[in-house]
Design a protein around this ligand. Sequence first.
Ligand SMILES: [Mn+2]
Length: 357
Amino acid sequence: MKMIFRWFGEHDDSISLKEIAQIPQVEGIAGFLSDIPAGAVWPKQRIHKLKKRVNEHKLRLEVIESVNIHESIKLGSENRDQYIENYIQTIKNLSKFGIKVICYNFMPVFDWLRSDLQEELADGSRVMSYDGKKVDRVNPLYLIEEYEEGAQGFSLPGWEPERLNELENLLEKYKVVDEEQLFVNLKYFLQKIIPVCEQENVKMAIHPADPPWDVFGIPRIAVGKQNLQRIINLVDSEYNGLTLCSGSLGANPENNIPEMIHYFGSRKRIHFAHIRNLKYTGPEKFVETAHPSSEGDLDIYEIMKAYHDIDFQGYVRPDHGRMIWGEQGRPGYGLYDRALGAAYLSGLWEAICKNNK
Ligand SMILES: [Mn+2]
């Protein structure tokens, strides 16, 4: 298991590579070029620059989170082939600089979604939370207007203005795309790119839908074991794999995370592990918590144990953390609580390894 840390780049992350390099056991980052729009080719010189910078801090850059998929690919539009070509070129460019895993998602229009980005817990820390009832009352277009005005409560971080303007148009197009059509469109994409991934030795790792259910009536397919089985079988190759995110999948209590790790891990389809804890507060309602098992409803020891059972050799990172000790920053992506998470996960891992020698 290789412990890494997500980094959004020097212009989009308040945390420095120096700080990340000081976290015990963290050996690399999951990197991103935030200014390159979905659908565009990642230029070689930009990847090179990023890699150099990361390596200067004795950290490795072998995972990208994420190379986003253009909506036309998810929609199956006529112009998708050009965007798939661009994606293939990006895979080739990343491969040249030693990238081994690309995390991506196939969630239409809305990426991850929360109803509150800074809910205060009893101890004064702040976390992201989700309340399906709140979300159901929202018209997605209205939600975007709220966001543009900077209103508190609902927001969609990471949404660039062009995408916001496109929203009404996009929502209209998705009216005819159901779950089955999304599978068809994902298969078309994977059939084109996976042979290139095999040649270039870059593994694709789809991130589950977060939360793992339909939002605003738009289908989301990477939601549970059965659908993930379907996805890895769309193209039967080790290069068509998963980012197994405990917090995303775990938001549905029916998803048994250790069992999924055993199932997909023994088939060599987990390339990237995201580990996060949460507490259920009602149906389709949860708050994110600190990583330890005692803080939430997921048993993180059992999750780490499952990774040990399958002899997991891939990448792992602490996922969303709380905002603590007065830290301000990107919700879920502060330094302190994620560093505590990394140390806790490394501690569990050491204990499990030594106990099972
Ligand atoms: Mn995740």
